[in-house]
Design a protein around this ligand. Structure first.
Ligand code: AMP
Length: 437
């Protein structure tokens, strides 16, 4: 039997409706903040992610799924050297949404010089070659936003406010969430900070794991996220970005906090919060569920240098992404369901095969009137058709017997009260609509 790949999931039934609910909620809420939807390809050139996310990140180095056609793979295996491939032949499945959206913004010139900012949201599958475990998949789904063309700290605050509102709309009690924020500085002040963390790691090299020693050379800030308990202990006394922020970054951060305060958003400042991707500058944030093992359910930050890294003009930007599967798990652990109930329908039942043709006509007529309609396709008895109607969450049954059909009438049966009325075929759709309303 063919099986799905470990770390991937089929979305169907309740689970599919939950994902749709998350997308619909995003469309409504983000729409009210002025965001339009975008969808970029799941396949991008490797360069898009290398430039944006950073060569040294775990996502690019270890987790990105690379894609080769059979013919390309043959060539690659024959030459033994990936350099034989042209850049456009080096492809990867997107591990996150921001790099692709920013690539599209550069390619289509979404934010020409002097233009108003552009606000985009997406809901897409992401792919990372991680070791599958609960809440950590190889194909997962993210809803995210990108706001390009403004460095106003109000935009940072509004992004965070909208995100917290989103969690509320999905069913979270805000008091069960912890919002952590930090400023990672910018190209003026971060290099000195990185250097001091690198030096700190070298000064403690006998106490750090091999991964951290490797990180010290390429991306020392990642050591704050090391899973090794001993490294975590050592990193507690590492230098903090707060002491290195330049005046502009300090002021920007202070304004973000002041806007959040004005909107009544609770947050915890965490100077060790460094997000995993290289492109972040200034504001970064992450949301987790208190006393829960699902991990972060969302996060984001400002990326003022990313447009340039993707080959565009310097254009500031900020965004976030949240993970559908983790949100589903976290809400479930709180006894809440992230879904709308199965939609109700009208069921057309025929007392025998003699009324099958009439049932066919009535079913089509109801559907043409925009009513979600189901019918029997297995020649079941009337009793089991009613059972099926219950299973399908039908509020009304339209019953067709020989007498009704010869009189061009149908019986409408309310599935809850069992009340029945007969109406002419011509009035059926209107009567059904009236009763459903
Ligand atoms: P990131 O792009 O790593 O900041 O992730 C943003 C959000 O996506 C996280 O907060 C998670 O909710 C979700 N996420 C990230 N990686 C995975 C994964 N491998 N499986 C499921 N959800 C994930």
């Amino acid at each position: 039997m063919a099986q799905r790949i470990q770390g991937t999931e089929d979305l169907y039934g309740r689970y599919m409706r939950a994902w749709e609910y998350m997308c619909d909620t995003a469309r409504d809420l983000f729409g009210s903040y002025g965001f339009d939807r975008i969808e970029t390809p799941a396949l991008e050139q490797v360069a898009t992610f290398v430039h944006g996310i950073g060569e040294s990140t775990d996502v690019v180095r270890k987790e990105m799924f690379r894609v080769f056609s059979g013919a390309l793979l043959d060539r690659l295996l024959a030459s033994g050297d990936e350099k034989s491939l042209k850049p456009k032949q080096r492809m990867a499945m997107r591990p996150e949404g921001t790099a692709g959206v920013v690539r599209a913004a550069v390619e289509h010139s979404f934010v020409p010089q002097g233009a108003a900012p552009v606000k985009l949201w997406y809901a897409e599958a992401m792919f990372r070659g991680e070791r599958p475990q609960k809440g950590r998949l190889r194909q997962f789904h993210q809803v995210g936003v990108e706001w390009l063309g403004t460095e106003d700290p109000a935009a940072d605050a509004e992004c965070i406010i909208m995100l917290m509102e989103y969690f509320k709309c999905l069913g979270f009690d805000p008091s069960t969430l912890r919002l952590r924020i930090n400023s990672m500085g910018d190209e003026k002040c971060r290099p000195a900070y990185r250097e001091s963390v690198r030096q700190f790691i070298f000064d403690h090299k006998d106490e750090m794991c091999d991964d951290c020693l490797e990180r010290a050379n390429i991306n020392p800030l990642r050591s704050f996220d090391c899973k090794n308990e001993h490294c975590q202990h050592v990193m507690k006394s590492a230098p903090l970005i707060t002491d290195y922020l330049c005046d502009d970054c300090k002021q920007h951060y202070a304004q973000v906090k002041s806007y959040l305060g004005a909107a009544g958003i609770e947050y915890v400042e965490d100077p060790t919060l460094v997000r995993g991707l290289d492109y972040y500058t200034r504001t970064v944030f992450e949301i987790e569920v208190k006393d829960s093992e699902v991990g972060a359910i969302g996060g984001g930050g400002r990326y003022d240098g990313l447009m340039q890294l993707e080959g565009g003009k310097q254009t500031p930007g900020i965004g976030f992404a949240v993970g559908f599967e983790r949100i589903y798990l976290a809400l479930k652990a709180q006894g809440k369901d992230l879904e709308t109930p199965a939609p109700s329908c009208v069921y057309v039942a025929a007392t025998s095969q003699d009324e099958r043709r009439a049932a066919f006509d009535v079913t089509l007529a109801l559907r043409q009137a925009g009513i979600r309609t189901e019918a029997d396709y297995q020649g079941r008895s009337l009793k089991s058709q009613f059972k099926q109607a219950d299973k399908l969450n039908a509020r009304l049954c339209v019953v067709l017997g020989p007498d009704e059909v010869s009189a061009h009438r149908a019986t409408i049966r309310d599935m809850q009260s069992h009340e029945q009325v007969q109406v002419p075929f011509d009035d059926l759709a209107q009567e059904v609509k009236k009763r459903l309303a």
